[in-house]
Design a protein around this ligand. Sequence first.
Ligand SMILES: [Zn+2]
Length: 216
Amino acid sequence: MKAEADALVAAVERLFSAGVMSHSGHGNLSARLPDERMFLTATGMLAGISTGDFATVGLDGTEHDGNLQPGSREIVGMHAVVYRERPDVGAVIHTHSPAVTGFAVAGRPLPARYEGLLRFGQACDVPVVPWAPRGSPESVAGIAAALRAQPHTAAVLLGNHGLLAFGPDPPAATHLVIALEEGAEAEWRAAALGGSAPLPPDALEAVRASISRSRP
Ligand SMILES: [Zn+2]
């Protein structure tokens, strides 16, 4: 799992260097492993994370190595549900990226109206999952329901909380988090100018079709 650890540490460094982390530096991320398992951050603070700060956990919640800190057990279901619902997903990232989290706290879907979102796989509005306690069955069920209702989305907003984004591998998921934060910042600024303009519907359709073709 050296390769997964290296990729996830590199992803964390990229998220911080891009300036998309919240003041607290809170977040967690994971990569899919063979045999219905994932490699997951074992601690809630990502700053200064190293390759030893991960745990191997089954998608059914089974702990394989005892590395998981008690506070991180709550995030297992949030990550595992994405891998169970989306066989093509290889990495999941949770952050409180400030501009995106504004939409999550407002309970407003983030519109897909920014070129960067299309480029990194988000060709539909990002849906909001209603708030429920972190890691609770209600929260996990809400994520599953949002993914089924919107099969094209590569991210969900966790209501009153933050962002959950995913992709085929850690670099792709990282790029998407950065694009989402840029898109959310652009929405805030466009609002001061009278609001963002929609992309042509056929542009979104074309990107969705291209993403579907590239799935395994
Ligand atoms: Zn959080």
